[in-house]
Design a protein around this ligand. Structure first.
Ligand SMILES: CC(C)(COP(=O)(O)OP(=O)(O)OC[C@H]1O[C@@H](n2cnc3c(N)ncnc32)[C@H](O)[C@@H]1OP(=O)(O)O)[C@@H](O)C(=O)NCCC(=O)NCCS
Length: 172
């Protein structure tokens, strides 16, 4: 039986091995990595799927990022991804299981808007992610405009323009 668990239950080396299998070992040069570096993923919004043997079969990580606008303001966002399922287990519902949990928990926690770089045919179809509100967002590397997606989960509105980057937490 497959089970969904908090990602904190899994080792870093198992997570890395799965991501290498799903995206290739050159994955760290992707724009998504540049946006969220050097943040750590959010434990309350990151998930694992394990198979009947307890082996890691899917991972989803979320990160604290922000959109810095021209006037110096910073709008918090939650970056979703990578979402990855072990190649042999793809299209068996594991991606949907993790994304359903994420969107449900993000709504429950009234999180800042979710954003991701992903296929609108998947993330739009099942959860309503859209590139409509991100047209004037910029990233520190190349990104296809149709794949820069967002979803509001707290009833707020999306920031209109700015540069994506890590969320710098203010010191108390
Ligand atoms: C994309 C991914 C996370 C989806 O998870 P999954 O467990 O394989 O897919 P699910 O079982 O949840 O969903 C299956 C349905 O979504 C569709 N689907 C899956 N991936 C899709 C994609 N990239 N684009 C469009 N549709 C997709 C399937 O065709 C299927 O549709 P159907 O029910 O009409 O047959 C997974 O395939 C994966 O890890 N891919 C490689 C890494 C990747 O590209 N990650 C996404 C970028 S962050």
């Amino acid at each position: 039986m497959t089970r969904i668990l908090p990602l904190t239950t899994q080792s870093g080396s198992d997570i890395d091995a799965l991501l290498d299998a799903a995206f290739g070992t050159d994955r760290r040069s992707r724009t998504a990595y540049l946006i969220r570096e050097p943040m750590h993923w959010l434990p309350e919004l990151s998930y694992a799927v394990v198979d009947h043997r307890g082996a890691l079969a899917g991972t989803l990580q979320s990160w604290p990022v922000a959109l810095r606008t021209g006037d110096g303001a910073s709008a918090p966002l939650v970056m979703v991804g990578p979402v990855a399922v072990r190649p042999d287990d793809q299209k068996n519902g594991m991606g949907r299981l993790m994304m359903d949990a994420l969107v449900r928990d993000a709504r429950k926690l009234a999180c800042p808007p979710l954003m991701m770089i992903g296929d609108p045919e998947y993330y739009g179809r099942f959860w309503g992610f859209s590139a409509q509100g991100t047209r004037e967002w910029r990233a520190p590397g190349p990104v296809e405009a149709r794949r820069l997606l967002a979803l509001v989960v707290d009833g707020s509105t999306l920031p209109r323009e700015g540069m994506l980057g890590p969320r710098v937490l203010s010191k108390a």
